[in-house]
Design a protein around this ligand. Structure first.
Ligand SMILES: Nc1ncnc2c1ncn2[C@@H]1O[C@H](COP(=O)(O)OP(=O)(O)OP(=O)(O)O)[C@@H](O)[C@H]1O
Length: 258
């Protein structure tokens, strides 16, 4: 493995109850901002849960920070260095935002002497410093998402996994979010975000992977993705057209509604 890879997956197969969602996937992630694009059901969340060491690989190898993660003991050792914002995250409704973020700091084993300052820093980074005492149950969708981002970044994890972090953020907050992740990456973190918003990828990512049916269809810079665009590909920008081209110029597959 190259010395600066924070994540390395080799021949990953992952799925649920005998159904394979990801098969034989190789992936390497370095510090910087990496975007993960893909249609609904592509396997992005499944991949994130694997990287966050929540779902052990069905087969294949996961290496984080240069060490193989092979069992619960090795997973626990790396978890404190990982910040994870799931698409839907749980919280105690009666907690204040500060309680929630401090609790996540405790889960990540941020030393107790640093927990208060780390919490304040994380809340300030997402613009919630003056709402620290608001109850979680009282938050708007965008504020809840920002509280989740604060919980993911508290204690400055070296690997930050953000599953659709900009859902519900207004345009100004999305700009602030991009600035935030770029500054975390400049400080040495590997930030991985899954999103359906190609403009977030174009504006904030150094590298982009396009995932479809559990396979990487494209990896490179956003510029390289945009260069895949053909005049006939659907889309309103070169990046959207490049993305559609990477998917095989097809409409994303739809999950069957119930
Ligand atoms: N807990 C589960 N049990 C069974 N199947 C699951 C489970 N979670 C996800 N799946 C299935 O795995 C596939 C990939 O889902 P996943 O959530 O990883 O996709 P995604 O790319 O994150 O999608 P989206 O963009 O809609 O969030 C889907 O077909 C989904 O139905």
């Amino acid at each position: 493995m190259t010395t600066d890879s924070i994540v390395r997956l080799t021949s990953l197969t992952q799925g649920y109850s005998g159904r394979r969602i990801i098969e034989n996937l190789d992936l390497s992630i370095k510090p910087g901002v990496t975007g993960l694009l893909g249609p609904n059901g592509a396997g992005k969340t499944t991949l994130f849960r694997t990287l966050a060491t929540i779902a052990p690989p069905q087969s294949g190898q996961l290496e984080l920070f240069g060490s193989p993660v092979t069992n619960e003991r090795t997973a626990r050792r790396v978890r404190r260095r990982i910040g994870y914002l799931p698409q839907d995250f749980g919280y105690y409704p009666a907690f204040s935002i500060a309680d929630f973020v401090r609790y996540c700091a405790w889960l990540r084993e941020v030393p107790s002497k640093q927990a208060d300052s780390a919490t304040k820093e994380a809340l300030a980074a997402v613009g919630l410093a003056d709402r620290a005492r608001d109850r979680m149950k009282s938050l708007s969708g965008g504020m809840l998402r920002r509280a989740g981002i604060a919980a993911a970044i508290v204690g400055s994890p070296a690997l930050l996994l953000l599953d659709e972090p900009t859902v519900g953020l207004d345009p100004a907050q999305r700009l602030d979010f991009r600035k935030l992740i770029r500054s975390l990456a400049r400080a040495g973190a590997a930030v991985v975000l899954s999103t359906h918003l190609v403009e977030d990828v174009g504006a904030a990512c150094d590298t982009v992977f396009v995932l479809s049916d559990g396979q990487i269809r494209h990896s490179g810079t956003p510029q390289q993705l945009a260069e895949l665009a053909t005049p006939t590909a659907p889309g309103d920008s070169p990046l959207e057209r490049g993305y559609m081209e990477a998917l095989g110029n097809s409409r994303p597959s739809q999950e069957t509604p119930c």
